[in-house]
Design a binder for this molecule. Structure first.
Ligand code: NAP
Length: 272
């Protein structure tokens, strides 16, 4: 694939599709790079997001065509999809837009979690599958999958269960009938997670396989308490898109891009 690149001597314009800690770290690193101009795009879901350095734009683009048009209009040379591992629609849109606007695309994805000795994990493909499994595992559920998708747990067949729902912003219906909402944003420490499990007599945890350190202590707290964890698997990264596991790897990919020319970086990927 031939791709467009920056004019000689001009700064490489990198559009980071954000909403994660890694996206912010990447923008922080790139903002200090004189060869790069960085713009971060946020979906606008969170009422008071932590803003990264560089330019920031907020709100959807209007599908892959809208994103491709934005990329062309704003002279974007490279796209980094640093959205959350579960933001599958945006990742698909990024792949489509990168192909049609002919700019290189990298996916920045923190590695998923792996089970350790003593873990009682149940891997499921979706929130709906988690909901089907729950009544066989417990009655007092710590639900940490975010406020969107709570409708999967709103069915009458789960009315006997009680939910502790933790999210950044308040959930809207449909949601579980019997629930308590805990508005909070990570990182979460182990002592606090232990205390939540103890105080609310939690007997099952539901999580996405988000990966990273910021929200991992709940897994340790569950292991210590001997309670099962329902882990929702990640959607795959769109085919053919190279993946970086850390912001540093993504920075190296961007630097290669303007050192070698975007065609080389697009073809070689970040971590092979
Ligand atoms: P999604 O389902 O993949 O995307 C839905 C739509 O939201 C997209 O089609 C796009 O609208 C818009 N969008 C998503 N990310 C965007 C971005 N960075 N900039 C501009 N528009 C964006 O996404 P989601 O799961 O709702 O997540 C939304 C945002 O929250 C993402 O930025 C993600 O990184 C962050 N987040 C998600 C989760 C999660 O569990 N899903 C957790 C933490 C943070 P258009 O089609 O109109 O462009």
């Amino acid at each position: 694939m031939s791709v467009h690149g920056p004019a000689p001597g001009s700064r490489t314009h990198v559009l980071v599709l954000g909403g994660t800690t890694e996206a912010r770290r990447l923008a922080e690193s790139l903002a200090g790079d004189r060869g790069v101009r960085v713009t971060t795009s946020l979906a606008g879901r969170v009422s008071a997001p932590r803003l990264p350095p560089g330019d920031v734009r907020v709100g959807g683009f209007g599908g892959p065509d809208g994103l491709a048009a934005w990329v062309r209009e704003h002279g974007v040379d490279a796209l980094v999809d640093a959205t959350h591992p579960f933001a599958a629609t945006m990742s698909r849109n990024a792949a489509g837009a990168a192909a049609s606007a002919r700019v290189p695309l990298l996916a920045l994805r923190r590695p998923g979690w792996t089970a350790r000795d003593g873990d009682r994990w149940h891997s499921v493909a979706s929130l709906a599958e988690a909901a089907v499994l729950l009544p066989s595992l417990g009655e007092r559920v710590f639900l940490t999958t975010g406020r969107t998708g709570l409708g999967a747990f709103a069915g009458a067949d789960l009315d006997a269960l009680w939910f502790l729902v933790r999210s950044v912003d308040a959930p809207e219906p449909p949601h579980p009938r019997r629930m308590r909402v805990l508005l909070d944003r990570g990182p979460f420490g182990l002592a606090g997670e232990r205390e939540l499990v103890r105080r609310h007599r939690v007997d099952v945890l539901v999580t996405k396989d988000s990966g990273g350190d910021a929200t991992a202590p709940k897994l340790t707290a569950a292991r210590e308490a001997g309670i099962p964890v329902v882990v929702v698997r990640r959607p795959p990264v769109p085919e053919g898109v190279p993946v970086a596991g850390t912001p540093d790897e993504a920075v190296a990919w961007v630097r290669r891009l303007y050192a070698e020319g975007p065609g080389d970086a697009a073809a070689s990927g970040a971590s092979g």
